[in-house]
Design a protein around this ligand. Structure first.
Ligand code: XBP
Ligand code: MG
Length: 228
């Protein structure tokens, strides 16, 4: 009854600590290469994370620093393409790693025969190489921001995973790190376990059944143990 039909993982901030030392670094390198004065320090990037999707984040930023809407859109598109390529380089260089304890949870789910999937708002061009390099062939269905019309907190990515897998939402659990992610999964009807990080510990994660500080938290291990 309680046994999970599937576990659907978010990527950024959940499977990997990719934001502060990954995407942020790639965005700044793209600004620099383009000869732009913009730079995102750690707290500024934390505030910008409220806007999901790198291209939307860029467009909002360029608008906020006085660019016209047209120029903001144009620059965002160009910079995001380059940022995605730089992010791939960081992945190939081994700079993006699994959060502590993630591999152990994946092993536990594998041993229990629980299917694992991914629902992310990130771009497929870096998500695929990252999953391959850091996790190998663990995940059956991978839905990215490139594959759906709306990004989190829209439930679109989660609904697409459910559609492709046929898994019942109420027997599937999403693992998320942020308020936008928890809202997306809840809106799709999934149960949620939230594992916050340095950027999201003040987010409202109250839609989750369990809120943990990390994957090595004993309550998190116990929660999965009881349901695998
Ligand atoms: C992640 C995102 C992504 C990444 C950057 O949100 O919003 O936009 O920050 O990746 P979540 P892209 O963890 O909720 O999926 O630049 O490829 O968009
Ligand atoms: Mg996330």
């Amino acid at each position: 009854m309680n046994r999970l039909a599937a576990v659907v993982f978010d990527v950024d901030g959940t499977l990997v600590d990719s934001e502060r030392d990954g995407h942020r670094v790639a965005f700044n390198a793209a600004f620099e290469e383009a000869g732009l004065p913009d730079r995102w320090d750690i707290p500024t990037y934390g505030r910008l994370l409220r806007i999901t999707g790198g291209a939307r984040r860029l467009a909002s930023w360029f608008g906020s620093v006085g660019r016209s809407p047209d120029e903001a859109e144009r620059l965002a598109k160009r910079l995001h393409g380059r940022k995605t390529a730089i992010m791939r380089e960081l992945i190939e260089a081994g700079k993006i790693e699994a959060r502590p304890g993630v591999h152990r949870l994946l092993d536990q789910l594998d041993a229990g025969g629980v299917p694992m999937h991914v629902a992310t708002t990130g771009t497929r061009a870096w998500v695929e190489p990252l999953l391959d390099r850091v996790f190998g062939p663990r995940f059956q269905v991978v839905v990215t921001g490139t594959d759906v019309p709306d990004l989190k907190p829209s439930p679109a990515a989660y609904l697409e995973v459910l559609r492709r897998t046929g898994c019942p939402a109420d027997r599937s659990v999403a693992v998320e790190d942020s308020q936008n992610g928890v809202r997306a999964a809840v809106a799709a009807g999934l149960r949620v376990v939230a594992v916050h990080n340095d950027y999201t510990h003040d987010d409202d994660l109250s839609g989750a059944e369990l809120i943990a500080a990390g994957f090595e938290d004993p309550p998190l291990s116990a929660w999965f143990q009881q349901r695998v």
